[in-house]
Design a protein around this ligand. Structure first.
Ligand SMILES: Cc1cc2nc3c(=O)[nH]c(=O)nc-3n(C[C@H](O)[C@H](O)[C@H](O)COP(=O)(O)OP(=O)(O)OC[C@H]3O[C@@H](n4cnc5c(N)ncnc54)[C@H](O)[C@@H]3O)c2cc1C
Length: 314
């Protein structure tokens, strides 16, 4: 595969002088060209290969019923289609049709179809909100003022040396491959916003710099969901949750596993530690069930319900 020539899909318009090259003798030649064009960029090419052919192969392996049961596990049967959808190598309608074609019952396809719906929903919101997706859509439900959050990404996070095997593992994967499982994105975002108390915008910008599927709508609005500026309460997790859905991989090798793991507590303890009391909005303790959502529309809308964030179960 490595020496196979790479040819871009034919363009519907004539190539212009000065266009970037689109055909390469090999992947190594592509890498060499990119190094010459962007000498300041560190690292190597992502192992994730682009293109329509690759997208079709992945689409042929979609397993909607298994997906519904095990998608939250890091090694679960997620599709990994996001970079191809993001760059237009596949349309959402094609993915939808493939999902229906591969399921025996409506129920079997529901979970994956829902997720495609989230992508579509975020895109529609972006169309309406424009750059407003960079602003808090609602007040935070953490009990902290926006000014309490640092504006910059901490250096140890940017460099993947937090000392936590899980977070450093996710950061390395983000930097090296440009893709992360949804659960890893949620954990990393929650760690940055709630444990490190950094503004979600700093995390969103960082993700957009690295993700191959980086998309301002899905990205920013998901960060806001974690932060609680677009949901009825903050998303956070504990060690038990991370350990379960990562099959204990990180905890086994973590130097902080025995002592000093910041996630090793009950939800009640973590809630008391991370957030200030906000009884009117967020009831404390063991309330992990979705509650009636309290979304308010952005200042730019005449119809707040058009922007409301449906309650979501993970
Ligand atoms: C903090 C954070 C940042 C994120 N940033 C992005 C981003 O920049 N670009 C992006 O495409 N997704 C983003 N997501 C959503 C989600 O994590 C990815 O779409 C998903 O992990 C991609 O992997 P997959 O293709 O295997 O997804 P699958 O689980 O196999 O789902 C199939 C497709 O459905 C869509 N989808 C699935 N989950 C979501 C979701 N929660 N929101 C929107 N669409 C979804 C994607 O197009 C995905 O390719 C983000 C989530 C979080 C929590």
């Amino acid at each position: 595969m490595a020496s196979e020539p790479l040819a871009g899909a034919p363009l519907p318009w004539p190539e212009q002088p000065g266009d970037l090259p689109r055909r390469f003798a090999s992947r190594a030649a592509l890498e060499q060209q990119l190094r010459a064009l962007f000498p300041e960029a560190p690292g190597a090419l992502s192992p994730i290969r682009g293109g329509r052919r690759q997208a079709e192969q992945l689409l042929g392996r979609v397993q909607p019923e298994r997906y519904a049961k095990a998608r939250n596990f890091l090694n679960g049967p997620v599709t990994r289609l996001s970079p191809y959808i993001r760059h237009g190598a596949l349309t959402l309608a094609e993915v939808r049709d493939a999902v229906f074609a591969r399921t025996r019952s409506r129920q079997g396809s529901e979970k994956l179809i829902n997720e495609l719906g989230w992508r579509d929903y975020w895109q529609r919101l972006w169309q309406q909100l424009g750059d407003g997706i960079w602003r808090d859509q609602e007040e935070l439900k953490t009990g902290h003022q926006p000014g309490a959050y640092a504006r910059e990404l901490p250096a140890d996070v940017a460099e993947g040396r937090t000392g936590l095997a899980c977070m450093d593992g996710f950061i390395a994967e983000l930097h090296e491959t440009g893709w992360l499982h949804n659960h890893a994105r949620m954990w990393l975002a929650a760690y940055l916003v709630h444990w490190r108390r950094v503004r979600w915008q700093a995390g969103a910008q960082w993700f957009l710099r690295h993700l191959l599927d980086g998309d301002p709508a899905s990205n920013n609005l998901s960060w806001q969901w974690v932060a609680s500026s677009f949901s009825h309460k903050p998303y956070f997790f504990n060690r038990g949750n991370l350990e379960r859905y990562s099959n204990g991989t990180f905890c086994r090798s973590c130097p902080l596993s025995e002592q000093g793991c910041p996630f090793d507590a009950s939800y009640e303890q973590l809630e008391a530690e991370l957030f200030a009391p906000m009884p009117a909005i967020r009831s404390g303790g063991s309330d992990r069930q979705p509650r009636r959502q309290t979304s308010r529309g952005s200042a730019t809308t005449a119809n707040p319900s058009a922007f409301s964030r449906p309650t979501r179960r993970r």
